[in-house]
Write a protein that binds this ligand. Sequence first.
Ligand code: PLP
Length: 432
Amino acid sequence: MINRQNSEQLFNKAKNLFPGGVNSPVRAFKSVDGVPLFIKKGDGCRIWDEDDNEFIDFCCSWGPLILGHNNPKVRTKIEETLQNGTSFGAPTKLENELGDLILSNNRFIDKIRFVSSGTEAVMSGIRLARGFTGRDKIIKFDGCYHGHADSLLVKAGSGLATFGTSSSAGVPESFSKETIVLPLNDEAAVNEAISKYKDEIACIIIEPIPANNGLLIQTKEYLQFLRKVCTENGILLFFDEVISGFRVAFSGAAELYDIQPDIISYGKIIGGGLPVGAYGASNEIMNHISPMGNVYQAGTLSGNPVAMAAGIAQLSECLKNDFYTDQEARTQAFVGKINAHAAVKGYTFEMFSIGSIFWLAFSDSEAIRSAAEIRAESMEDFKKLYAILLDKGIYLGPSGYEVGFVSAAHTVEVLDQVAADFCDALDTLFQG
Ligand SMILES: *Cc1c(COP(=O)(O)O)cnc(C)c1O
């Protein structure tokens, strides 16, 4: 077991300061053993904790750090910008620069609005969908996470096409009544809900690459089906690309699958490691946002210049030739080695991946496309494997429902070494 003395002390202190000792719940290490590691430094693909343990990091701040930690170009751009102050609450040239960088390389949206988190982006996009259509209900899918806004903290009720029930205390049932929760990868369920509530549904929101509850890769045909039924019924198709945007391609899953959604939300990578979210759509839809239109949305720190600077530096790197093919090639080689080993040994284990996202599944299935297909018992195996991996200096997000990320700083050499260590860890897990 790695030494966690300093982390433990810090966590004990933190528990007196923050609920559960953390400022975001999944950091609390509730689904794995021991106290959370307090991180003091990151560089490239590595992080160091307060006990000076070194890890290869596949959490990458839950996705934003596609260039790895402390990227010199991002850091320099932030430092330069800082010389002029941190926030003005007035327009800056940097907002134009990031907006232009995104819009001139993204054929799916005409206009964008910057906010400060993924939650805020999705929440605002939902309001826009409702304001634009004049309808109140939304459809979301079991197994997709869209941040913690009230209307999205809703889980499936009983039976098909019924209203959801809140998945958090504090969300009135009267709000969750406006959210219909359906299983992923189930066209009949969507058809049934639409025929029942046809003229009341503002939008269907989906993570086109669901990556917050395992990695539930959908078929292109299913996503095309959603596009079609939305168009036929005057429903907006909302792609929540907070994870997939700038990750699987510069323009995210919309580009990867070549599907035109009506509204798209971004977050994570867009801010280069600083807090930025955004939502975008056609001119026609975006013109409904204040101050042009009557859908209100505002933010004191929206378009913050330092955060814009980080986004500009990071996304400029992502736009370089072969950035995404290279990310995918390294990830596939890494995942392929581990899967080949698991297959030869006959382990009930498979890593699923798309682009530079991967997920550890203790499963023999060819594909896992809905939340119900994830075996809850497999989380015990994850917990054991997690401890073995930490000992080997491999850091993942501390939950078996979370995905891992490969950054540009994870070189072929590093990934080869990690794949070998990972195979050893599987041997330890399955053979004792
Ligand atoms: C992370 C995430 C969010 C929430 O973003 P925050 O910045 O954590 O508020 C929303 N949707 C998806 C798909 C996400 O992955």
